[in-house]
Design a protein around this ligand. Structure first.
Ligand code: URA
Length: 441
């Protein structure tokens, strides 16, 4: 068996056998297959797809490429994973609520990639918070306080780590078999018995339509169930950013506010939808509406926020930042965004010539009709809040605070958003770019 034959087979739209898939995954993980060969195969998979059986075999091979965690000493653990989004701070709110209701949360999260954000980057913006701890410490933390949120450990699904980086660099991310195997291999290796998936669709998601999201959800549910993990999926819109803040520190602050009860409606819907299903899978009640009430109760009585503080302290983070979010570093420039359009140059009365001095800006009013999450995500990356290359360092304090979203009315002169930037010129450019993302009717 050799990699050239495997690439040719997929290129010619043939099905790969289990042995061929195992060969590719083991040899690539062990650096015996070059990145250019793996890229060629990944592109062939992207273009020609995979059968269900191939996707299951790929997932199993990737899960088995590293450690498979045994969480049995903790008891039944429910995991959650999102297919990605912009302004998605759901895990920061959901995980402590669920843990405060007595369901253990042992979750490994990802970093932001492309224009989508990642929970680990957000957690790392809390001074002192350690995201790299050993698998043993991770399990001990969950046993001790019922919750641990960390990054994917070095030896958890290492094949996925290598393939995901390749996909990011070769425009092969938006593929159902590749996303399904990437997510499910990590979930299976991370040891949860039950899995709730948040499958997003719309401008800010990898699946652009609800139909495609449903197809991806069905595939992941089938893989999960075949692996003996009870799996459910919730399909959620990501047409515009989720909540009010986009950017790492800004999202942590929004999450803390949410845990105090000041939670944006769209964030609340996703948190309750996912959480009520997690509680059901954990055997805490079959009635989803009742489960949602229990969750709201633990926000109102402060238990969820207390659990978040406990989590931060236990992972080495400085809790005083959670107690007083004004302590977080803020960007140097906070620039208001007011919607206006450049009016046609008014001609100089005497000369009849249009000059720059005669340019006027007409303020706009109306209702927000469209506000593309993908563009807002790209703007956050432009400000330094995300990476262009995997190794780039991110700027935690930058981002965008949204006052107006789809459906909101705008009066002339309203501040629709604020740009948080550490570079004045970039900030000014971001203001102009954000104005163009708003579509008003
Ligand atoms: N999240 C993942 O972990 N993998 C994907 O392929 C997409 C989103």
């Amino acid at each position: 068996m050799n990699i050239q034959e495997i690439i040719a087979k997929k290129r010619d739209k043939q099905e790969l056998s289990k042995d061929e898939i195992n060969f590719f995954i083991t040899q690539y993980t062990n650096n015996n297959i070059a990145d250019y060969q793996a890229s060629a195969l990944i592109m062939a998979i992207y273009l020609n797809g995979m059968s269900k059986e191939e996707t299951v075999n790929l997932t199993t091979a990737m899960a088995n490429s590293g450690d498979i965690l045994d969480l049995s000493e903790i008891g039944p653990v429910v995991d959650k994973h999102s297919t990605g989004g912009v302004g998605d701070k759901v895990t920061l709110i959901l995980a402590p609520i669920i843990a405060s209701l007595g369901v253990p949360v042992a979750k490994m999260s990802g970093r932001g990639l492309g224009y989508t954000g990642g929970t680990i980057d957000k957690l790392e913006s809390i001074p002192g918070y350690k995201i790299n701890i050993s698998e043993e410490e991770f399990i001990q933390n969950v046993k001790k306080i019922g919750i641990s949120l960390i990054g994917q450990t070095k030896n958890l699904a290492p094949a996925d780590k290598k393939i995901y980086a390749l996909r990011d660099a070769t425009s092969t991310t938006e593929s159902i078999p590749l996303i399904a195997s990437s997510i499910m291999s990590k979930k299976i290796a991370a040891g949860a018995n039950k899995i709730v998936l948040d499958v997003t669709y719309g401008s800010g998601a990898f699946m652009k339509t609800k139909e495609k999201a449903k197809e991806l959800a069905d595939e992941m549910i089938e893989i999960g169930n075949l692996a003996g993990r009870e799996t459910v999926a919730v399909i959620t819109p990501m047409e515009e950013p989720l909540g009010r803040n986009v950017g790492n520190i800004l999202e942590v602050i929004e999450a803390v506010e949410a845990l105090k009860g000041n939670i944006a409606e769209d964030v609340k819907n996703v948190v309750l939808e996912l959480g009520s299903n997690m509680l059901k899978l954990a055997g805490k009640g079959d009635n989803l509406e009742e489960n949602k009430c229990k969750m709201m109760e633990n926000i109102a009585n402060g238990k969820a926020l207390e659990k978040f503080k406990e989590l931060v302290a236990n992972q080495g983070g400085d809790v005083s930042y959670i107690e007083n979010t004004n302590k977080f570093e803020r960007a140097k420039y906070i620039l208001p965004v007011i919607l206006s359009k450049v009016a046609n140059n008014v001609k100089n009365q005497e000369t009849g010539i249009k000059t720059n001095e005669n340019i006027t800006e007409d303020l706009i009013d109306g209702t927000v009709k469209e506000f593309k999450a993908e563009e807002v995500g790209k703007l956050s990356v432009f400000l330094g809040g995300g990476r262009i290359k995997k190794e780039d360092k991110i700027d935690s304090s930058v981002g965008i605070v949204l006052n107006k979203k789809i459906g909101d009315k705008i009066e002339k002169g309203d501040i629709v958003a604020y740009i948080h930037s550490n570079d004045e010129e970039k900030g000014k450019e971001a203001v102009q770019r954000l104005k163009e993302i708003y579509v008003i009717e």
